[in-house]
Design a protein around this ligand. Structure first.
Ligand SMILES: NC(=O)C1=CN([C@@H]2O[C@H](COP(=O)(O)OP(=O)(O)OC[C@H]3O[C@@H](n4cnc5c(N)ncnc54)[C@H](OP(=O)(O)O)[C@@H]3O)[C@@H](O)[C@H]2O)C=CC1
Ligand SMILES: O=C1OC[C@@H](O)[C@H](O)[C@H]1O
Length: 693
């Protein structure tokens, strides 16, 4: 048994036999030289006759065989594997699909449900001969998982699901401090990463949507309250079945057989596990006797079952005559399923990993073959993201949904002094409006920037107003400055920028309102000063503040020089040098009213040629469903909320009670919605109109 286990590991993960490649083999391009790619695709591809790994695109030219844009444009590439940080999944899947490529997309599919909905319901996926898009929930393709589900859903002994539990731990120290999983701006967090598996397990077990989230308790990363390092959450279906998941990506202590005081702080190793209790149900009734059975099933190690797994099934039988128990007994069995019971996929081997099985089905789907029948469809992926979002909301963690309000106050001439009178009303207005908005939209972080120039001078086309029905968690959003084109700078031509190869800079461009350079620089610096002075305790020392704030490139652009579009782009990535990885772990502690870590960087960070990495507040997630949120206020209170000192990091609020009438002085609907708050989809749609697909 041990030797066969070793063989499965060796052949599955280390050195599978090489298959001779078919001339019609699917040629894969990989976006990102990710750590998971060797296990998830490169090694499995070796034994697949219909798969060739053709190219890898990376930010670092030395490690890349192609740039990401070259990869998508290359007609010899059939499919793209996306194992980028989660925040880039939506964008690059969409780009790949638009380029006509099939997409194997790592989990979680997107940053939030809205993105997932937009992606998986994209019209390009509905057309005849449309590209195949698959969220890589690899564990589901292994026969062990399907055998486990069959014990719950298909056997005559299986009653309805009563209760389920799923756990998945990663031991303390397994993930480096600067890993993408610990970065909010890259849509990290335990529920997004490891937690997505046990959640998916529960959904598969229950087969009912949506699951109500009864409770969700995160353990946040020290210094980064918005990042969940661990989560435990419980759920209930419409049928009343209950489920619980526990995930911990830095698990310690709680060793079996040892007193907890001995092992506290030591890394904890535990198998991934799914456990299901089914309701007692009647097998047969005859001659006044009723035969019932009640089943419990456990699957150990759904994550890497090819290494080892076991399915423990325990059936408790009872024969009753009326209330009287005539006979009862328990049947236990232990099962394993390294292969399908009947050959559902040609040539499968016991050593096939979950990833190898997944690849088999992905290819089968593309080639129109029958295969095992296991698939993760569009609805499934969308529901998964909805369930993740709902868990985060219940946990009270920052959801990454932002409402940014920008509005203009009367011109500066109406104030007697820029130094004093200007900043005070701006600050007051900003804070009051943000707080007021927060009371309508408790699920959103609300920020406000008051400007001095009347909005009318910016001549924003009204068609660019944002939709308010979208909310975005960790959402892709263009930086604020990308919407302003200096009057001295030429308007970018529609020739796609090619100078930003080797990074994943999105090539989405927007029609930008032309703003005189003077207006623009004042606009930016005023906005910056307001934000800065908040963080610095209402300091209004202009010289000192400005010194710290590098002017954005768009403002200082050399006249006559063609701007490089990629550099202004919202999703631009830092180079492989490690810049993006090491810089993080921002701590806002002690900065009472500071905006989230990226608020300043959102404006300054893309001044360099390689673009900014950090999550941009001004450029960020801006949507609110105000009516819903208003209606959902439980305590009947209405009116402004005061943001807590941690407003950039947590969602705590202090409601200030009052009647609706009393509070109607400030109405956020009075403020015109700024053009740069457009939804991503609108940006894309406009691009298509202006520049072609
Ligand atoms: N199915 C599974 O079992 C697993 C799935 N995953 C999923 O795969 C994805 C990648 O995870 P993993 O391989 O661990 O991640 P890595 O950090 O190892 O790889 C991510 C890749 O993304 C590229 N990248 C682009 N922008 C950034 C950025 N700002 N910071 C860091 N990297 C960036 C990098 O490519 P380059 O430097 O080459 O340009 C990097 O190699 C995630 O979505 C994760 O959830 C992860 C592990 C297991
Ligand atoms: O999907 C995953 O599976 C394996 C884990 O190590 C990793 O963190 C996670 O992303």
């Amino acid at each position: 048994m041990f030797l066969s286990g070793l063989h499965r590991v060796y052949a599955g993960f280390i050195n599978p036999p090489s298959a001779e490649k078919d001339p019609e083999a699917i040629r894969f391009g990989l976006l990102g030289a990710s750590s998971i790619a060797p296990a998830s695709l490169i090694t499995p591809a070796k034994s697949h006759p219909d798969v060739i790994i053709a190219a890898v695109a990376a930010r670092d030219q030395a490690r890349a065989e192609a740039s990401s844009s070259e990869l998508l444009q290359d007609p010899s590439i059939d499919a793209i594997y996306i194992a980028l940080p989660n925040n880039l999944h939506y964008e690059w899947s969409l780009r790949s699909i638009k380029a006509g490529k099939h997409v194997l997309l790592e989990k979680p599919s997107c940053s939030n449900a809205e993105e997932a909905q937009a992606l998986f319901n994209h019209p390009l996926l509905k057309a005849a001969g449309a590209p195949i898009l698959l969220e890589a929930f690899h564990y589901r393709f292994h026969p062990a998982w399907q055998a486990f589900l069959a014990r719950i859903h298909s056997d005559p002994e299986a009653g309805r699901v009563k209760n389920a539990f799923a756990q998945q731990y990663l031991h303390k120290g397994a993930i480096a401090e600067n890993d993408i999983r610990w970065r909010f701006d890259l849509s990290g967090g335990a529920m997004m990463d490891f937690g997505t598996y046990p959640l998916n397990c529960l959904r598969q077990i229950f087969k009912q949507e949506p699951m109500e989230v009864l409770d969700a308790k995160p353990r946040s990363l020290t210094g980064l309250p918005e990042i969940d390092q661990a989560m435990s959450a419980s759920y209930r279906t419409a049928d009343g079945a209950t489920g619980k998941l526990v995930t911990d990506m830095s698990a310690s202590g709680d060793w079996p057989f040892f007193p907890s005081s001995w092992t506290k702080g030591l890394p904890r190793i535990a198998w991934p596990k799914c456990e299901v209790e089914l309701e007692e149900h009647t097998l047969e009734s005859s001659e006044g006797q009723v035969h019932t059975v009640k089943r419990n099933v456990i699957l150990w190690n759904h994550l890497a079952p090819s290494v080892y797994h076991q399915i423990d099934v325990e059936d408790t039988h009872v024969i009753r005559a009326g209330e009287q128990v005539v006979k009862s007994w328990t049947e236990s069995k232990r099962e394993k399923a390294y292969k399908w019971p009947s050959a559902q996929s040609a040539g499968e081997q016991e050593w096939w990993t979950t990833y190898r099985y997944q690849l088999e089905e992905f290819v089968n789907k593309i080639k129109g073959r029958d295969g095992s029948g296991v698939w993760v469809d569009a609805v499934d992926s969308v529901e998964q993201m909805k369930a993740i979002d709902a868990t985060y909301l219940k946990a009270g963690l920052k959801t990454g949904r932002f409402l940014l309000i920008v509005y203009a106050l009367p011109p500066a001439t109406s104030y007697r002094s820029w130094e004093f009178f200007l900043l005070t009303p701006l600050l007051r207005h900003s804070l009051v409006v943000a707080a007021y908005s927060k009371s309508f939209t408790p699920d959103f972080e609300c920020f406000c920037i008051s400007l001095i120039y009347p909005i009318s001078t910016l001549t924003m086309p009204s068609t660019m107003a944002p939709s308010v029905d979208l909310s975005k968690r960790r959402r892709f959003q263009p930086p604020i400055t990308s919407f302003f084109t200096s009057a001295t700078e030429p308007v970018a031509s529609d020739t796609p920028a090619v100078s930003h190869h080797h990074h994943y800079a999105a090539a989405t461009f927007s029609a930008t309102p032309v703003v005189p350079a003077t207006v623009q620089s004042s606009l930016m610096s005023v906005g910056m000063r307001v934000r800065k002075s908040v963080a610095e305790g209402y300091r209004t020392n202009l010289a000192k503040t400005q010194e710290k704030v590098a002017p954005p490139t768009t403002v200082t652009q050399t006249p006559g020089v063609q701007p490089v579009r990629g550099n202004r782009n919202h999703s631009e990535l830092t180079p492989f040098s490690g810049l993006g990885r090491d810089e993080y772990l921002v701590n806002d502690d002690g900065d009472a009213f500071s905006l989230p870590p990226s608020s300043q960087e959102s404006i300054t960070s893309f001044s360099g040629p390689l673009g900014g990495q950090k999550r941009s507040l001004a450029a960020e997630d801006i949507y609110a469903d105000e009516d819903d949120e208003y209606d959902s206020r439980q305590d009947g209170s209405f009116g402004p909320s005061v943001l807590s000192p941690n407003m950039g990091q947590s969602r705590r609020i202090l409601p200030m009670r009052g009647s609706k009438a009393q509070q109607s002085i400030v109405d956020i609907d009075d403020f015109e919605e700024a053009a740069f708050l457009r939804r991503r989809e609108e940006v894309d749609a406009e691009d298509v109109r202006m520049y072609g697909a």
